[in-house]
Design a protein around this ligand. Sequence first.
Ligand code: C2E
Ligand code: CA
Ligand code: CA
Length: 401
Amino acid sequence: MSEDSLPREYFPAGHTVCKAGELGDSAYVIEVGTVEVLSGADRFIAAMGPGELFGEMALLDQLPRTATIRTVTPATMLRIDRSHVQELLRRTDPVVRYLMTLLLERFRQRTELSDIFSQPLAYSADNLDETTATRTLMLAQELAYAVEHGGLELAYQPMVGFASQDIVGFETLIRWHHPLLGTIMPANLIGLAEKTGIIHQVGYWVLKQALADWPKLRAACRAIGQQHPFLSVNLSAAELIKPDIVNTICTLLDSAGIEPQELRIELTETLVIEDFDQVATVLRILAGLGIAIALDDFGTGYAGLDYLNKLPISCLKIDRSFIQESDFLPRGMEIVNTAICLAKALNMTTTVEGVETAAIARQLRDMGCDIAQGYFYGHPMPLNSAIAWIANPEFKKVLQA
Ligand code: C2E
Ligand code: CA
Ligand code: CA
């Protein structure tokens, strides 16, 4: 298909070439002129000029256009129809055809999989449409495969004590390196795992891996004089009602040579605990063994005070939304201050997460907060980077900022 065999079209300025939401079966190469790319809500996204291609999705699938394209100046364009591409493929070398088919198939899979994260996942019978359900299951299978075959990784984020101006521990945060979708963050991964039951495999993998990694991180902390660092692990309530969870944790601690006092379990306040009594029993046993229990995202759920009253919580982890820059920052800081007072009255320690600036860190220190965590001190890092970070004396300067 040479340029000359493609139909050439002329559009005046202000003409809508394609409209978001409509079906299309052609792509365009701009020869002369400029177009603007607009979102479905007519918001400007980008401008395109000579030599650029748009509408190419229509060559692959008969899916609705995702953007509106409107000419800014008079424009001439070459139109490529899906039938052209199909004809070209039919006439081409079988190896090239096979490769193209394979690439298109992968591209389709990728778009379908990405879609799943932009829609609410369909779990209940009411909203379970077949396509979403199939995609959800496909992704869940891939997650189960990733658990078994090394597709998951743990990142470690430092936690810093205000009193000692030193590292006091690390929080473990999961990452999924998907071969097509890239790194999938826990916000997407954990929901999928919880609703499809894979959370037990994921949770077990996290605990096992974190406890296997911990002696290396602990050794790095001890090498700089921090004798009693702790490892903080996020567990969802679904994991805590697994019948053998206490045994699992004890066995893993034992085989890694880790004292229960070195482990902290973070339980998010936003989670609705369905079997509250069972979770409470498990947490009491774990706390009795010396494992610290932290209430995560404090202030964002509806049951925080009830949990504080009824569960053996020893640490309050105040949500980052209260300290992020916004018009409401002074109010947020007042809430943090009150939460710190509440924690003190209940004999609990406080951690504030999401600390991004020295100014916020100083305010928190002055309010009597115990531990800070956030990008100001260190981002979540893979194990080896975290070890290197501890060994690098530069980080001390940040702690003292
Ligand atoms: P979380 O427990 O509240 O974890 C803190 C989140 O805040 C992390 O996001 C971290 O990367 C991010 N963060 C840390 N410092 C800053 C900062 O200074 N600024 C900002 N803007 N963000 C900061 P991430 O890694 O995406 O984790 C999200 C959530 O997923 C976690 O929230 C936790 O609830 C859950 N999660 C992570 N790993 C696991 C896991 O292994 N098991 C379970 N059940 N949940 C997990
Ligand atoms: Ca957490
Ligand atoms: Ca949190």
